[in-house]
Design a protein around this ligand. Structure first.
Ligand SMILES: Nc1ncnc2c1ncn2[C@@H]1O[C@H](COP(=O)(O)OP(=O)(O)OP(=O)(O)O)[C@@H](O)[C@H]1O
Length: 251
């Protein structure tokens, strides 16, 4: 999925939350979005996912099939088309979850909504199960617990949301602060999960984080946001974005 942000503006009262003239995210980028509190990261993701309406401008998605066919007629504007939904997985916060369901019921619901095959919960240990890649991440605490999502810890809720965003194998994956609430082993497993998912799918992955080290470790590109604008676009294919970021955030 390729993403074009064009003259995008979102205002709350007298506060400009997002104001991006032009920004392109290439198919297969892993883009780390960093910036201080209130920089506009979540608002940008919400605009992309049509959870908020922009005052001005637009975001356009070009699916990978259209890129391969050189067919720009299939460009999707999420504000006016639903075609992006089967191609996209996202987890912004726990409002994405359904509290009164178990994780299995919630994932069944997401599978149905996305038209993907229902999980065989008796055989999630089978290497062919869509849940198999996530078992180390769940640490035995998510599935088979007969517990409602509302009764899970913040970290385990976060894991349910991330798994639900990923298991449908979306070509665009958007995760807002996915390392939040996770214990150190959960954070490390998540980094490996994201990198192996990217290697096998070439998906476009957008992640916001306050953890500069994790961001630098997994991103091919880092965008630095401040007061709604993207003020730096750092190539991190050589893993060298860390220095620029540390200098920027040095107070
Ligand atoms: N629903 C809302 N109503 C009013 N103001 C909002 C709303 N959502 C966001 N804002 C404001 O927009 C600005 C950008 O907020 P946003 O949550 O996008 O930043 P962020 O970079 O994700 O911050 P953080 O790192 O703290 O999560 C902030 O000033 C915030 O207070």
């Amino acid at each position: 999925m390729k993403i074009d942000i064009q003259s995008l503006k979102k205002v709350f009262g007298d506060k400009t939350a997002v104001d991006i003239q032009q920004f392109q995210i290439n198919h297969g980028d892993i883009l780390g979005l960093v910036g201080n509190n209130g920089a506009g990261k979540t608002t940008l993701f919400r605009l992309m996912l049509d959870l908020l309406k922009a005052e001005e401008g637009r975001v356009l998605f070009t699916p990978s099939a259209s890129i391969a066919d050189n067919d720009e007629t299939n460009v999707i504007n999420p504000a006016s088309s639903e075609n992006w939904k089967p191609l996209t997985g996202a987890y912004i916060d726990d409002s994405f979850l359904i509290d009164f369901l178990t994780p299995e019921e919630y994932i069944d619901f997401i599978a149905k909504a996305n038209g993907v095959k229902r999980i065989d919960w008796k055989h999630i240990d089978d290497p062919e199960s869509p849940m198999a890649p996530f078992l180390a991440f769940t640490h035995g605490e998510i599935f088979g617990q007969k517990k409602l999502i509302r009764d899970f810890s913040a970290g385990n809720k976060q894991k349910v949301g991330i798994i639900a965003a990923m298991f449908t194998k979306p070509e665009l994956l958007i995760l807002d602060e996915p390392f939040n609430f996770l214990d150190p082993s959960g954070q490390n497993i998540l980094k490996k999960l994201l990198l192996s998912y990217h290697a096998s799918s070439q998906a476009t992955i957008l992640i916001s984080s306050h953890n500069l080290q994790h961001t630098v470790e997994i991103s091919s590109r880092v965008a630095l946001m401040e007061t709604g604008r993207i003020i730096e676009d750092i190539n991190n294919r050589d893993g060298n974005a860390g220095k620029a970021l540390e200098e920027y955030f040095m107070v």
